[in-house]
Design a protein around this ligand. Structure first.
Ligand SMILES: [Zn+2]
Length: 178
C-alpha cells in the first residue's frame, strides 16, 4: 500500500511546536512505508532532537513497539538517564494507556500531540492519566499541533486498508500484513 503523502520540510526560521511535529509527521510516513499504522514520535532536549521513531509493532512483532515507547528508550540512552524531566515528546496521535503510563513513569516534562484519540487516548481524549490521584509527576500536555495533517494521514491509511480488504478479500489483505 503506497503512501500518497510526502514528507514535509519545515523552515528553520521558526523553531516552534509545528517545526518539531513536522519531524514526527515524517516518521509517521516512514511507518506507513513500512506497512505500519502511521504514527511517529520524536523527542527534544535543549532544542536538539534526541530520538526519532515510528510505530513498529508488525515489523518487530512486538505489541509494545509504539512510537512513544521506542522514543522513550532512545531518549534515556541519549540522556544517559531514565528520568526525562527535560525532554519534550512530540507524537502524531494521542498516547494510548501503555504509552501515557510510560510517559509518567519516565517523567517526561512535556508532551505535544497532534490528533486527539477519543477511544484510547490517555492524555485528555478519553482519560487523563496525568490526573491519577497520588502520582507525583504531571507532564505538561499540548494537544492539536498539526492535527489536520496527521489525522488525514491516519484516516487515509485506514480507508485504503479497508478498500484493499474489500477488493481483494480478507485473505490477501492478511497475506500483505494489513
Ligand atoms: Zn501507545
Amino acid at each position: 500500500m503506497e503512501c500518497p503523502f510526502e514528507k514535509v520540510f519545515p523552515s528553520k526560521l521558526v523553531i516552534n511546536d509545528e517545526y518539531y511535529m513536522s519531524f514526527a509527521y515524517n516518521e509517521a510516513i516512514l511507518a506507513w512505508q513500512a506497512g505500519e499504522v502511521p504514527v511517529g514520535a520524536i523527542a527534544v532536549a535543549n532544542g536538539e532532537i534526541i530520538a526519532s521513531c515510528h510505530n513498529s509493532v508488525d515489523t518487530l512483532n512486538d505489541p509494545t513497539a509504539h512510537a512513544e515507547i521506542l522514543a522513550i528508550t532512545q531518549s534515556s540512552r541519549a540522556m544517559g538517564d531514565w528520568r526525562l524531566n527535560d525532554v519534550t515528546l512530540y507524537v502524531t496521535k494521542e498516547p494510548c494507556p501503555m504509552c501515557a503510563g510510560a510517559i509518567i513513569i519516565s517523567r517526561i516534562g512535556r508532551v505535544v500531540y497532534a490528533v486527539t484519540d477519543g477511544k484510547m487516548g490517555c492524555l485528555g481524549g478519553s482519560f487523563c492519566m496525568q490526573n491519577l490521584s497520588g502520582i507525583n509527576h504531571h507532564p505538561k500536555v499540548t494537544a492539536g499541533v498539526m492535527a489536520d495533517r496527521c489525522l488525514q494521514l491516519l484516516q487515509t491509511f485506514f480507508e485504503q486498508k479497508r478498500l484493499l480488504k474489500e477488493e481483494n478479500g480478507f485473505d490477501l489483505a492478511k497475506e500483505l500484513l494489513l
